[in-house]
Design a protein around this ligand. Structure first.
Ligand SMILES: Cc1cc2nc3c(=O)[nH]c(=O)nc-3n(C[C@H](O)[C@H](O)[C@H](O)COP(=O)(O)OP(=O)(O)OC[C@H]3O[C@@H](n4cnc5c(N)ncnc54)[C@H](O)[C@@H]3O)c2cc1C
Length: 388
């Protein structure tokens, strides 16, 4: 496809040469490694575990972290990786960002040197998988309601409680666990082979089928104080990790939207109805124009937020809420419009559209629902918190 049909107002001029090169490289990787296998994994409800080490070899895991076998890339390059991986599949992007934006980031930001050296290089290479245990059955958008506890006993901690909907849990070696203590919420690195841990894999999801979520129960699980993240105190710590994954989700949504738009544009030009290509209908053109316009706007604001994140000084987490809110909402609309253009063909797995659409329905629900992004931005601009 000609470049201007994807990059209509030359937004690539906002990117550096090596960022465009990286985008092309990741795109080729996705075409070679993800696209050929993903439909079958989706249908079977299986996660392509072989891909993990490959993602590590390519240095796509923890790409934004400096040192510890990570690539140390800038925020826009990190975003580009998320965008291109989600062009392949939102489940694989979700695996990746749970591993790095949540689990590795928690250790990187709140861990000590011993913990960082022990876990981060192996996680970057895909030799060790992490999950992030924050949400519980009755503590979802309000994690303060969590009932999982960590009780200090000498230089040990005793953990009891249940986490739900935890990505990667069934394939994880470690869990970054958030629990209530006598001194507020704290984070712990829990190795998953400890006595008292049980995994309850969730198989009932009919979206994001190519990745794995599970419940985790902790019954009198004993861990050393040296496994506590020493610099994580209070809810601010897990919320900072959520900002990282929301940033990855915002870029990822653009990838899914681009894929749906490209597929719909090509389909509409080739499919003949009433003796003429579907693309020659005014109603279809309206949809395609709307899709491209929304993708263009999403790309522009997301690159800008990425640049602010790189500069750091005036970056605020609310900016991420704004791009996540916009991009996820628009990507869902775009996927729905693409499905309409495809007609009944759009519901078959071969079309790829329905997979992206269903994935986006779930992605829209995790790590902050639209309503929550609105409340975060609303609090920022009015000074009033409206959560309760
Ligand atoms: C595929 C998937 C993977 C996940 N992976 C993880 C993971 O790895 N680790 C983890 O800890 N969690 C994970 N989760 C859980 C996820 O973070 C929760 O789904 C999320 O916190 C929202 O919870 P909920 O969907 O139960 O919605 P709820 O919090 O129950 O909200 C229900 C509805 O009420 C609205 N609402 C909530 N509060 C307010 C308010 N104050 N004002 C107005 N409206 C409000 C919401 O917007 C929503 O529409 C995952 C979830 C999914 C679906």
């Amino acid at each position: 496809m000609q470049d201007y049909l994807i990059d209509y107002i030359n937004l690539d001029t906002l990117l550096k040469e090596d960022e465009i090169k990286l985008r092309n490289y990741v795109r080729e990787f996705v075409q070679k490694e993800i696209n050929p296998v993903i439909d079958q994994h989706y249908v079977n409800g299986t996660f392509p575990l072989d891909l993990v080490k490959e993602l590590g070899k390519q240095k796509f895991i923890g790409s934004f972290i400096n040192g510890y076998s990570c690539a140390g890339l800038n925020a826009v390059k990190h975003g580009i990786i998320c965008q291109e991986i989600e062009r392949g599949d939102g489940g694989i992007r979700s695996f990746l960002t749970t591993q790095d934006c949540l689990s590795m980031f928690a250790i990187y930001k709140y861990g000590n040197d011993v913990q960082k050296n022990k876990y981060l290089p192996k996680m970057a290479k895909g030799e060790l998988i992490g999950c992030f245990g924050l949400v519980e059955e009755k503590a979802t958008s309000n994690p303060m309601q969590m009932t999982t506890t960590a009780i200090k006993d000498g230089n040990k901690w005793i953990i009891n409680g249940k986490k739900k909907w935890i990505t990667n849990a069934a394939i994880s070696d470690i869990c970054i666990l958030w629990a209530k203590t006598n001194d507020g919420i704290k984070g712990f690195i829990v190795e998953m082979d400890k006595d008292g841990i049980e995994i309850d894999r969730i198989n009932s999801n009919i979206s994001l089928r190519s990745f794995i979520t599970a419940g985790i129960s902790f019954k009198d699980v004993v861990i050393d104080d040296s496994d506590r993240l020493p610099f994580a105190n209070g809810l601010k710590a897990p919320l900072a990790c959520l900002t990282e994954i929301r940033y990855g989700m915002a870029w990822g949504a653009i990838g899914a939207a681009i894929e749906c738009y490209n597929l719909a544009l090509n389909f509409s030009k080739e499919e003949i109805l009433f003796g003429r290509p579907v693309a020659s209908s005014q109603l279809v053109q309206r949809k395609l124009v709307n899709m491209l316009t929304e993708i263009t706007k999403a790309k522009a604001i997301t690159i800008q937020v990425g640049r602010e994140k790189e500069k750091g000084k005036n970056f605020r987490h609310e900016m991420v809420s704004m791009v996540a809110l916009n991009n996820l909402t628009k990507a869902l609309d775009i996927a729905r419009e693409a499905k309409e253009i495809y007609g009944i063909n759009g519901i078959s797995v071969e079309s790829k559209i329905i997979r992206h659409l269903l994935n986006l329905e779930s992605i829209n629900a995790y790590e902050g629902i639209n309503d929550i992004y609105i409340l975060i931005i609303g609090r920022d601009i009015t000074g009033f918190q409206a959560f309760f």
